[in-house]
Write a protein that binds this ligand. Structure first.
Ligand code: SF4
Length: 388
């Protein structure tokens, strides 16, 4: 059973709310240079069309800030309202400039002020100096964000923690929390609260441990900032999807997470279907009919793969009523019982013929496999009639 969602404050990112009681939103990131305005606008339109609710863009220099402004105005002229997030590394000045343009700015706590290469060992004095430098730069940045009413994501990445943090806290989830904590203390000093946090790594166990630890520390302190979930550098293909589903899904089941990004080294639109499936499988959002099917075995009396494919395609085209569950089962012996909680079920019967069940009751029998899809859709088109 999914645990109750961790209580978080609501942070507005353009027209999308993150945290509080808002739906867990889906994010992605463009994969071409932001200087390519035409290509980026096209990519963002594609993402928005397939259900992406927030889009992040890499912003590395002053030219990119200008491009971001042009991209945003072009999108708004086209009626595309998807919020845009500037992703900034290394430069507090660029991050500050982005606050003027973007709907949210994402900074990397590890490189906002600290140098990530070079020094490996730090005296207590050097550590304190590094922390103070970060604190003062963050306070300027957060004050600006507060004035402009723009939210900030503080990204904590296992792979780019500040060396002084790693030296003092080791290279693990304690260090990830320590990095977040010094940023949050700086925000607290200037009363800046429009913050979203992320704790990412390419290793699933690391992100699960880091998010659990961070949320427990935040809960102890009464910090209710929303959390953005994602597995970084997941790569591509099935394994990347499984890693994201396990990492993001585990945390969502524990009530942690207010917005998600599935990172794939593929066309960014591919990320959206995976994210939708994770949210639906976790019972957090519903994007289509919940379709279940038995794996089939020697008792299966018909071509279940063919029928399942036809039913899946037909349900996807159907749109409209989505809040029900459909089961496709190979036989009546176990199928009726195992499809018991489905609103509608197709079940194999003697002689390769099929039956349709609604709410566990048989409503049609002896249907040939080539007629089943049409018959089934007629029966379930209006949703379940005898809802208990
Ligand atoms: S429902 Fe029937 S056909 Fe499907 S796996 Fe179970 S026993 Fe086999």
């Amino acid at each position: 059973m999914t645990m109750a969602r961790r209580k978080t404050r609501e942070v507005a990112v353009g027209g999308i709310a993150i945290g509080g009681s808002s739906a867990i939103s889906i994010q992605s990131m463009t994969s071409i240079p932001t200087a390519n305005i035409f290509g980026t606008v096209k990519q963002i339109c594609g993402l928005a069309e397939c259900g992406c609710e927030i889009v992040r863009l890499a912003v590395s220099n002053a030219e990119d800030v200008k491009s971001l402004a042009e991209i945003k105005s072009t999108l708004r002229r086209k009626g595309v309202a998807v919020p845009l997030v500037a992703d900034v590394h290394f430069s507090p000045l660029i991050a500050s400039d982005c606050l003027e343009v973007a709907d949210k700015v994402r900074i990397n706590a590890g490189n906002f002020s600290d140098k990530i290469l070079g020094q490996k060992a730090f005296s207590d004095g050097e550590f304190a100096t590094g922390r103070e430098k970060l604190r003062s730069k963050l306070k300027v940045f957060f004050n600006r964000a507060k004035d402009l009413k723009k939210p900030v994501r503080i990204g904590i990445n296992y792979g780019s923690l500040a060396p002084r943090i790693v030296y003092k806290f080791g290279h693990g989830e304690e260090a990830m929390w320590a990095s977040a904590e010094e940023c949050l203390l700086a925000a607290e000093e200037v009363n800046f609260e429009a913050i979203i946090l992320s704790f990412k790594a390419s290793d699933v166990q690391k992100i699960v441990r880091a998010n659990r630890l961070a949320c427990s520390h935040m809960d102890e302190r009464g910090w209710n900032f929303p959390v953005h979930l994602g597995v970084t550098e997941a790569a591509s293909g099935d394994y990347a999807r499984v890693k994201s589903a396990v990492g993001i899904g585990t945390l969502l089941q524990e009530g942690i997470g207010d917005t998600i990004r599935v990172s794939l080294t593929e066309d960014p639109t591919e990320e959206i279907a995976v994210a939708k499936n994770i949210l639906q499988a976790c019972g957090l959002r519903r994007y289509g009919v919940e379709l279940v099917a038995c794996p089939s075995c020697g008792r299966t009396t018909y071509d279940i793969q063919k029928v399942l494919g036809e039913v899946r395609d037909a349900l996807a085209r159907m749109g409209g009523a989505k809040n029900f569950k459909v089961a496709v089962m190979g036989c009546a012996i176990n199928g009726i019982g195992e499809a018991g909680d489905a609103d509608f079920a197709i079940v194999g019967g003697p002689g390769g013929m099929l039956a349709i069940y609604e709410g566990g009751k048989c409503i049609a029998t002896r249907i040939a496999p080539d007629k089943i899809c049409e018959e089934f859709l007629q029966k379930c088109a209006g949703g379940r009639r005898n809802n208990p």
